[in-house]
Design a protein around this ligand. Structure first.
Ligand code: FAD
Length: 640
């Protein structure tokens, strides 16, 4: 049984904590760094940044990705931008304001000290990326340009057209490739972590499967860093890359790492609506579009006219009407629920009546088509290719979709989980976004974690291991985990049932979306909790996994991931059921204001819910990290 959680939040005033902490942490001298092995799993922004930086510092790093190149990590898909408190626009921004917006945006369910540090580091990230040559958009005078994102009244989002993630990842990848070339980083592509190895309660390595040959291998190190992304694909349909999954953090959870706030899922308001039941992927239309796009529905129900034929006077710009202060740039949870309300009331548009309009005609008149094309050209092209509709002429159709997961493995201020030596970065941890992430804050957090936080905090743990060699892979601790992994893989292949892996995944997705999606209630969650275990049982009795282990086998890869989603989802619903309040993306219908906004219960739920695994089909144990707020006053979130 795990004892009381210690978040290791440093003493002192908020603004000084990070400096104080770095001063008091133990260091590893440059000549000693090459005596430490560190495993980094993941080559997205968080993992690539961490591996490159640790390599540059002189550690011996092994980095793993299941992709064929680090550049394929899901981070490459990020479109809109990255926040930083540079105040280049001179519009009143500051570290304090970014901190405050992020805490409020997260509906007061994140840790003040982490968020403040994030706001401080945001400034350094931009400098670092510019130095790497990331081609951020610039203004005429040469200064970096910014735009606005939801939940802020300042313009602090740095961007590279609609391809910010791609450009940032190329920057991190270059830095990583340099270290690979120098020999400090060993890169393992097409290699999937299937389990984490602990010895005497400490993380000492991982067991992987070579996705081309099926070979199982153990890797040992002084510390293990997971930067394996989010679990939004539990819902089957999401904006995430198709192979993003929960396996790495779920397997670590099964070995003792606590899972924090798994029910905090972000539904993004501006995605292309699903066009039929068999669709396997949803596409995001970046939040940046809400800088110039206006969201509306026709006032007349079932209006048969094309949107460009409906005059201004017959349109309801419902976000501008309901939230005049922030208008179309209210945070994602608020915008998503507002759109859902319109569609549920029968005012949806498009062939399936499952969308609302996002319209640029105003901006086109004001700024001209060239300016719009310059800012959003690739997004407009993508929309046109997917829907066959030209958004320069007719309004886009959009609808909310699963996009990001705020929950993840619990970590302390050092980004270390409760398992000593196991660190978790980026979307895989729960750390900074509370119950709702503001747009353009994930890239900021991933890069802060990888470039700046972990390299400064991991020293405190490693310094204590100076002189100790890593546990050899011949140790029984590794052999035991290898055997378990092997049995798991072979069991999946042996079922030889009648239904495809995708069938089970789609079924699970429907259960989650209908019962633990944009709205949840005690009844819906109990229903999901009644449906998931039998589905999991059926999966293990009737799944058909084609092919063999010793070859490239994507059916087998998927089966392992879906098996983990089937276990994880139950915890997600349980967490949602226990949290008897609404906050951010967690909207319990029983807990709302008269105006339909999320109603928090600070008295009873101002804590991080960190769950301990006790076995499949067993009730997990809840640990609470109470959230203390010194700098901000808790208030009902208002964007009016
Ligand atoms: C369409 C889209 C647009 C977005 N736009 C923005 C934006 O404009 N601004 C913003 O701030 N955020 C944006 N986000 C969110 C942001 O992109 C992600 O949160 C962020 O990129 C996650 O980075 P990461 O490094 O944590 O993980 P990822 O980029 O998901 O990387 C995970 C890595 O882990 C590896 N991995 C995972 N599991 C295993 C395993 N078991 N074994 C081996 N390797 C493994 C993968 O191969 C990959 O290399 C967007 C998200 C989406 C879906």
């Amino acid at each position: 049984m795990i004892g009381e959680l210690d978040a290791r939040i440093p003493e002192g005033p908020l603004a000084d904590k990070w400096d104080n902490h770095r001063f008091h942490e133990k260091l590893v001298a440059p000549a000693n760094r090459r005596r430490f092995d560190v495993i980094v799993v993941g080559t997205g922004l968080a993992g690539a940044a961490a591996a490159a930086t640790l390599g540059e510092l002189g550690y011996r790093v092994k980095v793993f990705t299941f992709h064929d190149s680090p550049r394929r990590a899901h981070s490459i898909a990020a479109q809109g931008g990255i926040n930083a408190a540079k105040n280049y626009k001179n519009d009143g921004d500051s570290i304090d304001r970014l901190f405050y917006d992020t805490i409020k945006g997260g509906d007061y369910r994140s840790r003040e000290a982490n968020v403040y540090r994030l706001a401080q580091i945001s400034v350094e990230i931009i400098d670092q990326c510019v130095a790497q040559g990331v081609p951020f958009a610039r203004e005429y005078g040469g200064l970096l340009d910014t735009r606005s994102f939801g939940g802020a009244q300042v313009s602090r989002t740095f961007y590279a057209r609609g391809q910010t993630g791609q450009q940032l990842l190329l920057g991190a990848y270059q830095a990583l490739a340099r270290q690979v070339h120098l020999g400090t980083v060993e890169l393992h592509e097409r290699t999937e972590l299937l389990d984490v190895v602990l010895k005497d309660g400490q993380a000492v390595g991982i067991v992987t499967r070579d996705l081309v040959t099926g070979e199982m291998r153990s890797h040992s190190a002084h510390a293990v860093v997971l930067a394996t992304g989010g679990y939004g694909n539990a819902f089957y349909l999401s904006t995430n890359a198709k192979n993003s999954n929960v396996t790495a953090i779920w397997r670590a959870h099964r070995r003792g790492a606590l899972m924090a706030n798994p029910c905090f899922t972000q539904i993004h308001p501006t995605c292309i609506p699903a066009s039929d039941e068999f669709q396997s992927k949803l596409t995001l239309m970046s939040e940046s579009l809400r800088n110039d796009g206006r969201i509306w529905v026709p006032e007349q129900m079932d209006d048969p006219r094309s949107p460009d034929q409906i005059p201004e006077s017959e349109r309801d710009y419902f976000l501008e009407r309901r939230y005049p202060a922030f208008g179309n740039l209210v945070p994602r949870d608020v915008a998503s629920r507002a759109a859902k309300r319109e569609v549920d009331a029968g005012r949806g548009v498009g062939p399936l009546k499952n969308g609302v309009y996002l319209d640029f005609s105003d901006a086109m008149h004001r700024l001209g088509r060239d300016a719009i094309e310059e800012k959003y050209g690739n997004l407009f092209q993508m929309y046109d290719r997917i829907t066959g509709e030209d958004p320069y002429v007719v309004s886009m159709r959009i609808y909310p979709a699963v996009h990001y997961t705020m929950g993840g493995l619990w970590v302390d201020y050092n980004l270390m989980s409760n398992v000593p030596g196991l660190y978790v970065l980026g979307e895989a941890n729960f750390s900074d976004h509370g119950a709702n992430r503001l747009g353009a804050s994930a890239l900021m957090q991933g890069l802060a974690d990888g470039y700046f936080v972990l390299p400064n905090t991991i020293t405190d743990y490693l310094a204590g291991l100076l002189g100790d060699p890593p546990v050899p892979v011949t140790d029984p601790a590794f052999a035991n985990v290898e055997r378990e992994v092997d049995e798991r893989v072979r069991a999946l292949l042996a079922v030889n049932g009648s239904r495809s892996v995708d069938w089970f995944h789609r079924e699970l997705g429907k259960v989650l979306w209908d019962n633990c999606g944009m709205e949840r209630s005690a009844d819906s969650l109990k229903k999901a909790l009644g449906e998931i275990p039998p589905l999991r049982e059926e999966f293990h009795a009737d799944v058909r996994v084609l092919g063999e282990n010793e070859t490239f086998n994507q059916s087998l890869e998927k089966a392992g991931r879906v098996a983990d989603f089937l276990e994880f989802s139950e915890l997600m619903c349980l967490d949602a059921l226990h949290r008897e309040e609404s906050c951010g993306g967690h909207f319990r219908v029983e807990h709302q204001t008269d105006e339909g906004e999320a109603l928090r219960d600070d008295e009873d739920f101002s804590y991080v819910a960190a769950w301990e695994f006790t076995g499949v089909d067993e009730k997990p144990v809840l640990h609470k990290e109470e959230l203390a707020f010194e700098a901000v006053e808790l208030a009902q979130r208002s964007y009016k």
